[in-house]
Design a binder for this molecule. Structure first.
Ligand code: ADP
Length: 498
């Protein structure tokens, strides 16, 4: 039996390749930065050719590092930055313009117009998404409108659309396969997540010819084989999932009610809600977590706009810490924040508040407030924001109380933060040994797709705890802290509006 699984992890800032063995242990990693292009204010682009070349470069490098070749790789799993939109010529393989990255705001006005015209609810009911420029739909519409001749070529069937996974599959198979998985399709704002098909009403509304669209398959499925010219022989491509869904899978959140939080620059919380979608009334998104064995699993997704970014702010703008890691020791040097709260609403507040005009606030300052209190308040804010989203998810999914939260991402390394999170959430925080959960999820999906693993039971034993944090505070202490947080949040929402 072949030894390794290859995960291609195509992220916003880098392309990475990780090789895993059967136990889910990393045996090789290679990474290359991806160049960001900002041609105008608010615009973000990538070069699709660079996405491909960096991804291939790291794949070869990861294999060379441990001296293995294609015969040693059982399957490839792809996980990717979501929503980023690429359109290319079916015959030449040439992209018609740069990739429009998920962060790009060029279609924000278009989205506002859709809302004003009253399409928001219809789109939410069909796609589980709130109309926003993040998602691929309006980016694709923009390309068809602004790239000369694109719409006509698309109608003639000469062009193909894809998110990054689709582009990589197409390149890996040398144009044989044009496909995506349910989790990526669900983030395009073109896919009907209950009917499980591209939505004809939305396609009509945005004037998008269906000829452009990829086939949609299970996340664990043999999409095709790599062309032998790429690795010297063929390897099956058997797992595909968007980054956050892949991480939910890599964290083994296979049961309804299980959830993970990624503490990165922002925070990404996903909860497995089972076989039926749950549509949020308070701004959470509904998405497809994955398709496996012909069965779809849905998730609720909530994000915290500013998580680790608040720690960066302490370091880069406030100069209160010199490294992110240092925040842990400084926060732990005081018994509490001395009544200080920081609400890092730097770009407004997301779920459950949804106030784009909220702004950051530091409250409760006294003559005795020092640097440590502010650093501690910043870390605590990450935990409070997570608490707010988790509580909303519990309510909307009709789940009593989550008993544990699996964590990953840069700031999950912070023990102070994890302990405080356990206290505030009154739940066990579980940090895995392998925090590369995104790549791991893609690898697992690929392993399941090829029979490398027989079923998810084969994988369960792979999840190894690095450390867990259990609640230590009394209910009374916790409630007092939360009261202070809620008060601070209400103050952050008060400033003058335009
Ligand atoms: P992303 O994938 O979003 O770039 P990462 O998962 O790499 O993010 O996490 C980076 C973020 O985590 C940064 O915002 C950084 O400030 C924060 N971070 C990293 N290490 C720590 C730490 N020990 N304590 C608190 N925050 C940290």
């Amino acid at each position: 039996m072949k030894a390794y699984l290859m995960a291609l992890d195509q992220g916003t800032t880098s392309s990475r390749c990780i090789l895993f063995d059967r136990t889910g242990t990393i045996v090789s990693v290679a990474q290359k930065e991806l160049k960001q292009y900002y041609p105008r204010t608010g615009w973000v682009e990538h070069n699709p050719v660079e996405i491909w070349s960096t991804q291939m470069g790291v794949a070869r490098e990861a294999m060379e590092q441990i001296g293995v070749g294609y015969p040693d790789i059982a399957a490839i799993g792809i996980t990717n930055q979501r929503e980023t939109t690429i359109v290319w010529d079916r015959n030449t393989g040439e992209p018609v313009c740069p990739a429009i990255v998920w962060q790009c705001r060029r279609t924000a006005e278009l989205c506002d117009r859709l809302e004003i015209q009253g399409y928001g609810d219809m789109i939410f009911q069909k796609t589980g998404l709130r109309v926003d420029a993040y998602f691929s739909a309006t980016k694709l519409q923009w390309i068809l409108k602004h790239v000369e001749g694109a719409r006509e070529r698309a109608k003639r069937g000469e062009l193909l659309f894809g998110t990054v996974d689709t582009w990589l599959i197409w390149k890996l198979t040398r144009g044989k396969v044009h496909a995506t998985d349910y989790s990526n399709a669900a983030r395009t704002m073109l896919y009907n997540i209950t009917e499980k098909q591209w939505d004809t009403d939305i396609l009509k509304l945005l004037d998008i010819p269906p000829e452009l669209l990829p086939e949609v398959h299970d996340s664990s499925y043999i999409y095709g084989e790599t062309d032998p010219s790429i690795f010297g022989g063929s390897i099956p491509i058997a797992g595909v999932a968007g980054d956050q869904q892949a991480s939910l899978f890599g964290q083994l959140c296979y049961e309804r009610g299980e959830m993970k939080n990624t503490y990165g620059t922002g925070g990404f919380l996903l909860m497995n809600v089972g076989k039926e979608p749950v549509f949020s009334k308070h701004g959470l998104l509904t998405t497809i977590a994955w398709g496996l064995n012909g069965q779809i699993t849905y998730a609720l997704e909530g994000s915290v706009f500013v998580a680790g970014a608040a720690v960066q702010w302490l370091r880069d703008e406030m100069g209160l810490i010199s490294t992110a890691e240092e925040s842990e020791q400084i926060a732990s040097s005081v018994p509490d924040t001395n009544g200080v709260y920081l609400v890092p609403a730097f770009v407004g507040l997301g779920a459950p508040y949804w106030d784009p005009y909220a702004r950051g606030i530091l409250t409760g300052l006294t003559r005795g407030t020092n640097r440590s209190h502010i650093v501690r308040a910043t870390l605590e804010a990450l935990a409070y924001q997570t608490y707010d989203v988790v509580t909303l998810m519990e309510q909307e999914a009709g789940i009593d109380k989550v008993s544990c939260l699996k964590v990953d991402g840069g700031a999950s390394a912070n023990d102070f933060l994890m302990q405080f999170q356990a206290d505030i959430l009154q739940a066990e925080i579980l940090r895995p040994q392998c925090i590369e959960t995104t790549a791991l999820g893609a690898a697992y999906l690929a392993g399941l797709g090829t029979g490398y693993y027989r079923n998810v039971e084969d994988i369960r034993g792979n999840w190894q705890k690095e450390r867990s944090f259990v609640p230590k505070r009394s209910a009374c202490q916790r409630e007092e802290l939360l009261r202070g947080w809620n008060h601070a949040v209400s103050q952050s929402m008060m400033p003058q509006r335009p």
